[in-house]
Design a protein around this ligand. Sequence first.
Ligand SMILES: Nc1ncnc2c1ncn2[C@@H]1O[C@H](COP(=O)(O)OP(=O)(O)OP(=O)(O)O)[C@@H](O)[C@H]1O
Ligand SMILES: [Mg+2]
Length: 410
Amino acid sequence: MRLLHLSLTNFRNFTRLALELPPRGVLLIGANAQGKTNFLEAVYLLATFSSFQTHVERQLIHFLEARKSPAVGRLIGEYQRRDGTHRLELRLILEATAGDGMRLRKEALLDGVKRPLSQIVGHFNAVLFAPHMTQIIEGGPEERRRFLNLTLAQAIPGYATVLSEYVHILEQRNALLKQLAAQAGHVAQLDVWDQELTARGAQLMYWRIQALQEMERLAARVHLELTRGAEVLRLMYRPAYEPLPLPVAQISLPLSTPLDRSHLKVEEIREGFLERLRAMRREELTRGVTLIGPHRDEVRFLANGIDLGDYGSRGQVRTALLSLKLAEMEWMRLRNGEWPVLLLDEVLSELDSQRREDLLARVSTCEQVILTATDASAFPAPFLLQSTLWEVKMGQIYPKNHLAEEKEPG
Ligand SMILES: Nc1ncnc2c1ncn2[C@@H]1O[C@H](COP(=O)(O)OP(=O)(O)OP(=O)(O)O)[C@@H](O)[C@H]1O
Ligand SMILES: [Mg+2]
């Protein structure tokens, strides 16, 4: 997959940008606060409709534009896939709500036709790698669920739709549980929500089981190579509802024990999930909240049986993240039949020279990779020769052709 053209209007510090993108490597060089990360954020938004920088989405619109009501930011990407060239337009519309607040609404048009976001998420694919993403390994479980959702939604048709239905049902069910906890409403009303929740929840779990197994296989192989055979990496799925039949799930096994859930069918997971919800009903009624399901799933990363989230050294975590990101990229290629566009934000500066070479060697097999750095000195000359260099300056992008500018002779 390859991004051919990107145009941004009132997106972050880009008031107006229109750019043709070359194949292979594009290196964005610039001082701090010029727009390098914002540029990658824009490309990633086209793949996921989700920002990797902020949960406050109104920040995505240029702040001068955002004073207007309504305010509009616009991203248009033209890209080449195996099935042809497409145009994806994302509109960010900041408007007043019925109350006093403002809300950001997103609209997407694929090849000129307005479509629900969850249906076209992942039509364009990107994998993003930024240093703060070590949070996937070291941060809270919500970071890992987010990673899973953003990755799986790009490669599993239906994932985003089922996930958004699940989230909606969960909110309704939680509202009802709260009511019931306050002695209002009828407990029997829960039955309907239990059916709905478990149908979507089981489907999500099934996809997560399959995807994590596939990704683990890829990540373990990369990691073994990156650590020169020293570490075996495992991705342990720890679902909040354990679908494996008793007594396996009852025995408290050490964390590192692999459990194979890949033979489970969606219907089996669903039946067990429903049964478990019923068994937990009293506790849920007391607590007023849904206690099990994919919204509470966890994934742990283990190197040689040691949990990296708890005990990993900085270097170990960084290398594991690198393995995970390379695996994510390969997994997407396997699932979608083509490479995603790879986005690397300031990644090289964090790696030692050996890992740098490992990374660049691997990403050069991709169709297109966009990298950012404050200067080009961390990049080996052969890589620079194959890449296009651009300078990012105050929300504008200029060609920066000559290698000699970066590397002083002598
Ligand atoms: N909504 C917005 N409107 C206008 N400018 C914005 C908006 N959001 C962020 N910016 C500006 O964008 C700049 C940051 O851009 P970005 O994070 O892409 O920088 P960078 O080039 O990646 O820098 P660094 O090397 O420090 O990572 C800041 O100066 C910030 O004020
Ligand atoms: Mg940056």
